[in-house]
Write a new protein. Structure first.
Length: 332
């Protein structure tokens, strides 16, 4: 490795959301050197959406004077998308792009290779290369927050399936009589254990409860103000209803992860996102109960760990998508 190259070679990771877009300068060790954020223009046509992405890329490269050191760009975008062709197909929260060739357009502007994938896939790769999954061959990653996204990495490569649509673990149903998920199916783990699902169950419990609850105080007396953060705070304060809601969440996640282990038997399970952070004290409980929901007799050998990357997982994930280009530049 040429030391002078390693100190001056970077990739840019871009995280595109429905309302915000962020970009960061990432080095060969996965360290985010700097990052910027801006608004995403999702409702004013393809060109306006592209310009929003271009703006943050320009800002992060100008702020660090890194124009000549960028080896590649990786972009996390909501799906559905085609990761092989870099085309954003029709994400519900990005109406500006329909069958939009995002990778080729950004590559045309900046003259470097560009990769595009969904955020969970990319975050799984970043965790495998640089984070909590480093040193493991086969990684299962889940981000539990407003929704539940998952990514599968086998031997250092994202598993995309035949058309690029694989890895939708958040939409595995574990209760076909359960609540209807936003995807249309019944009883998806996302409809049972995501942040909004936790809040919904808390509101339902409180509407029937006779005992006092800290959750209602934290919500200013208004049931509709209760979200998963309030449930977590109330649990930390010893609220029994909040604790019961979180334990129910842990129970359904354990059933789900038992299925994941029986299907994939990963070397490690990595859990990220705001809800996963709140549930981190329960990870040992999940591990303890896993054999009840898993036929794999060695399921407890699989570590369940917190993700290394937090709010910047999209930037790190985008950079990870293009990490091979950076590694090649370091071998020159």
């Amino acid at each position: 490795m040429n030391p002078s190259v390693s100190q001056n070679a970077f990739v840019i990771g871009v995280d595109v959301g429905g309302t915000k877009v962020a970009a960061g300068l990432v080095d060969y060790k996965g360290a985010i050197q700097s990052h910027v954020k801006g608004p995403m223009v999702a409702n004013e046509g393809a060109a306006a959406g592209l310009e929003a992405v271009k703006t943050v890329i320009d800002q992060v490269s100008s702020a660090t004077h890194a124009h000549d050191s960028i080896r590649a760009i990786g972009i996390c975008s909501p799906g559905p998308l085609d990761p092989a062709k870099g085309i954003v197909i029709n994400p519900p929260n990005l109406p500006c792009w329909r069958n939009f060739p995002l990778a080729s357009e950004i590559s045309r502007i900046y003259g470097v290779p560009v990769k595009v994938d969904n955020d969970a896939n990319a975050a799984a790769l970043a965790e495998t290369l640089w984070g909590a999954g480093r040193g493991y061959r086969n990684v299962f990653y889940t981000c539990i927050g407003t929704g539940i996204g998952t990514g599968i990495v086998f031997d250092g490569c994202i598993y995309h399936g035949r058309t690029g649509a694989a890895g939708e673990g958040g939409h595995i149903s574990i209760d076909y009589h359960g609540p209807r998920c936003g995807c249309g199916k019944l009883g998806c783990i996302e409809a049972l254990a995501s942040g909004p699902a936790i809040a919904r169950r808390a509101r339902e419990a409180l509407s029937k409860a006779e005992e006092h609850s800290t959750m209602l105080e934290l919500a200013g007396g208004n049931l509709e103000n209760i979200d998963s953060h309030i449930v977590g705070r109330a649990h930390a304060a010893g609220d029994p209803i909040a604790t019961r809601i979180l334990q129910e969440t842990v129970d359904v996640l354990t059933v789900w992860l038992g299925n994941i282990v029986d299907l994939l038997e990963p070397d490690v399970i990595i859990m990220g996102g705001g809800v996963a952070s709140m549930l981190q004290p329960f990870f040992s409980s999940i591990q303890e109960k896993l054999p009840q929901h898993c036929i794999n007799s060695r399921c407890q050998e699989i570590p369940i760990v917190s993700a290394f990357y937090g709010e910047d997982s999209g930037i790190a994930g985008g950079a990870a998508l293009s990490s091979q280009r950076l590694a090649a530049s370091l071998r020159m």
